[in-house]
Design a protein around this ligand. Structure first.
Ligand code: G3P
Ligand code: CA
Length: 289
């Protein structure tokens, strides 16, 4: 797939470039965050997936960052290539951080989706490449909002600096464009580092599955020292957690919510947005309320 956006996506980019008001808060409509793009319908973390997400009305496209052996930021969920990459074994298996960008660019991250989801398979997914963060920022520019996760940052020294360098290079670190960025991580140290390097960016502390509402509530005081919000697993979210987070002005963005029933439950609780593989479904649910 080339770096040019299709006409349908261009319309959404134009609308997106017309400016945003305040950052997402409880006072606003909950945010539709396209988890790895519209990853129910197209291979995760590909231009096909993010294009589809924008066509379906996502407020944010979500991206997970990994760093290659030669220091390039690429967008892939797993630290290993094996689940979604196909291609020469030497290049397309094992840890991303042990492969160079040149090696990784030989891998196909669309074919697995067709094999796994024959009902949603498309010929054009075959051959899709692993995007670099730079390519994503060049393609979508100031026309969308980016919800970016630092993955395995402790094993990728310099990840935060490189992320901020690329955001700055693409005009996303100056007001009001910083409203287009939210940085998320399971690693507090990574968020704290970003805050030290560039104060003012919204930061969301992800919470691993396996916590409880009570244990997360106990960690809110700590999180509020550097974060703007928390990202808990959806089943850990209940009314006391949302109330406690809002009490200390933290957003609640649960992951990963793919049924209308779950979306309704979380919206009833007052969450500020959610990660979904199905941005169209969340948009419909919001419109129906
Ligand atoms: O980033 C929110 C959610 O995506 C965290 O889970 O494993 O899909 O990155 P994961
Ligand atoms: Ca993620």
């Amino acid at each position: 797939m080339s770096g040019k956006v299709p006409a349908t996506v261009a319309i959404f980019l134009l609308i997106g470039s017309m400016g945003w008001t305040a950052q997402g808060t409880a006072a606003q409509e909950p945010l539709v965050i396209a988890h790895r793009g519209a990853s129910a319908y197209a291979p995760e973390h590909t231009f096909a997936s993010w294009d589809r997400a924008l066509e379906l009305g996502a407020d944010f496209i979500e991206l997970d960052l990994q760093m290659t052996r030669d220091g390039e930021l690429v967008v892939l969920h797993d630290e290993e290539l094996d689940r979604t990459a196909r291609g020469p074994q030497q290049e397309c298996t094992g840890l991303v951080r042990e492969r160079t960008l040149r090696q990784i660019q030989r891998c196909d991250v669309g074919a697995w989706f067709n094999a796994q989801h024959p009902d949603r398979a498309r010929d054009e997914f075959v051959g899709l490449a692993i995007p670099t963060l730079r390519q994503v920022l060049e393609r979508y520019g100031l026309g969308t909002r980016y919800y970016i996760e630092t993955k395995n940052p402790e094993a990728a020294p310099g990840m935060e600096e490189e992320l901020l360098r690329l955001l700055g290079q693409h005009g996303l670190l100056t007001e009001p464009e910083t409203n287009r960025i939210i940085i998320q991580s399971f690693y507090a140290a990574s968020l704290i580092r970003i805050r030290a390097l560039h104060p003012g960016l919204p930061l969301v502390q992800l919470v691993p599955d396996g916590e409880t509402s009570a244990s997360i509530r106990q960690s809110l005081e700590q999180a509020r020292a550097y974060a703007t919000g928390i990202g808990p697993e959806q089943h850990d979210v209940d009314e006391p957690l949302v109330a406690a987070a809002h009490e200390v002005s933290l957003w609640v963005h649960p992951y990963t919510v793919n049924t209308a029933e779950s979306m309704q439950r979380l919206l009833d609780l007052g969450v500020d947005g959610m990660f979904t593989d199905r941005p169209d479904l969340l948009r419909r649910v919001l419109e129906g309320r």
